[in-house]
Design a protein around this ligand. Structure first.
Ligand code: RP5
Length: 434
């Protein structure tokens, strides 16, 4: 049992909080988390934190923004209640893919509206996001309808015809397409639909649209998120497999970036028959370092999928070309990545590995199984034979919906990190790979 410590759980992942506390041999601190009718977050801490070492556990999943605000308020409440030190334990770090320019100029792929989950096929890809029921995306027509209109506009332009007879060009667009961003000529349909870009030339073609002296401005939230945590009063961050490890440099407080890799490696060694003959595959160049580290540690072969994500036309938005570099013919392929969100990357990679590469079986091993939108349906219909993730975000519902899913428990890693940080011991042993 650890003394003089308080562990508080946010709303995002109660099961993990419970498991961590069991391993630490302490009950979770009493906290009431609720919402005012307007939607604002209310936090009430029932246990005294005066002079205590406090750990607030909140993963960057579910209602990500609400959960993040809840974390900030809880940290701040602990500080003002005279906690000695407050550590934010964030198994999945929110906004961790946004410290730099998003990988896709037109936004990350999200789930398509109106599609039946059981209608997914081997070929399915994420489509245009639907307006959110909470109003976040309100103001436009249904996504499917919008996408259809946008495609028609692009096609009409290519053919030199106009959708609205007698009023060609920009002015012929329906009003929902005319949201003008300050200082730019990017037209979108809904609040969150900067993905649905039709440029002033009406084609979705970035190069043709480009105006001299103007550059599209994309918010890079990384520094802001780091500043908000420290401003709220966080003294220390514990997280796992940051999408970009350099993100630690955005903080001027200690950040312990734990690794999911030992768990994944152990799974390969103990659960994949004849694993030495299998090939570790990175689904994109960005993950090559992570995947080669596992391949090297286990003495396995490595292959890479090169993902070209440079769409030039609106209709190309999700059509990144994938090329396989390496020989996996007649072998088991093990895809390794930090996370799956829509699962577009891993399902397309699996298809390539089986259809073109001749792989006999495909595993996907990921630290964070975010599985937003229809990701699970997509996996069920895909060429992937097994997906292995950690419970850095809740997986109970996903496990019920996906027979291919296996979950590895990270509670021991986090409880041990908390124990060591609390006692001022080194946690480098947790960074040991082999
Ligand atoms: O394709 P989805 O699952 O949406 O996104 C996951 C990919 O996006 C990248 O940032 C991750 O490293 C991973 O390769």
């Amino acid at each position: 049992m650890v003394r003089n410590i308080v562990v508080l759980g946010g709303s995002s992942h109660p099961e993990l909080v419970e498991q961590i506390c069991i391993k630490l041999g302490i009950p979770p601190g009493r906290i009431t988390l609720s919402k005012f009718s307007v939607g604002e977050t209310r936090v009430e801490i029932q246990d005294s934190v005066r002079g205590k070492d406090v750990y607030v556990i909140q993963s960057g999943c579910g209602k990500v923004n609400d959960n993040f605000i809840e974390l900030l308020i809880t940290i701040s409440a602990c500080k003002t209640a005279s906690a000695k030190r407050v550590t934010a334990v964030m198994p999945l770090f929110p906004y961790s893919r946004q410290p730099d320019i998003p990988y896709n100029k037109v936004g990350a792929p999200l789930a398509k509206a109106g599609i039946q989950k059981d209608s997914y096929t081997f070929e399915s890809r994420p489509g245009t996001p639907a307006p959110q029921p909470d109003g976040a995306g309100s103001g436009g027509p249904p996504a499917g309808q919008l996408e259809h209109k946008l495609s028609r506009l692009a096609l009409d332009k290519e053919r030199g015809t106009s959708t609205t007879p007698g009023s060609p060009g920009l002015t012929s667009r329906p009003s929902f397409l005319r949201r003008q961003h300050t200082g730019s000529e990017i037209l979108g349909s809904t609040k969150r639909d900067s993905q649905k870009v039709v440029y002033a030339n009406g084609t979705g073609d970035w190069d043709q649209h480009r105006q001299p002296g103007y550059k599209q401005w994309v918010a890079q939230a990384g520094t802001l998120i780091a500043d908000l945590l420290t401003c709220a009063g966080a003294d220390h961050i514990i997280t796992m497999d940051l999408h970009d490890p350099q993100y630690q440099g955005f903080f001027d407080i200690p950040v312990d970036n734990l690794y999911g890799r030992p768990l994944l490696q152990r799974y390969i060694q103990t659960k994949i028959p004849d694993y030495q003959t299998a090939v570790i595959v990175s689904p994109d160049a960005g993950g090559a370092k992570r995947a080669t580290a596992i391949a090297d540690a286990l003495g396995m072969d490595f292959a890479l999928i090169h993902k070209e994500r440079r769409p030039t036309k609106i209709t190309d938005r999700q059509n990144a070309t994938m090329m396989l570099v390496g020989d996996i013919s007649g072998r088991v392929a093990i895809l390794v990545d930090d996370l799956a969100d829509t699962s577009n990357t891993i399902t397309r990679a699996a298809k390539l590995l089986k259809e073109r590469g001749g792989a006999t079986r495909v595993y996907a091993l990921l630290t964070h199984g975010i599985f937003s939108g229809d990701a699970i349906a997509r996996i069920n219909a895909s060429a992937i034979d097994q997906v292995v993730v950690t419970n850095s975000v809740p997986q109970q519902e996903n496990m019920r919906a996906c027979p291919k899913l296996k979950v590895l428990d990270v509670s021991s890693v986090f409880s041990e990190a908390i124990r060591r940080v609390h006692h001022g011991e080194s946690i480098s042993v947790l960074f040991k790979y082999d």
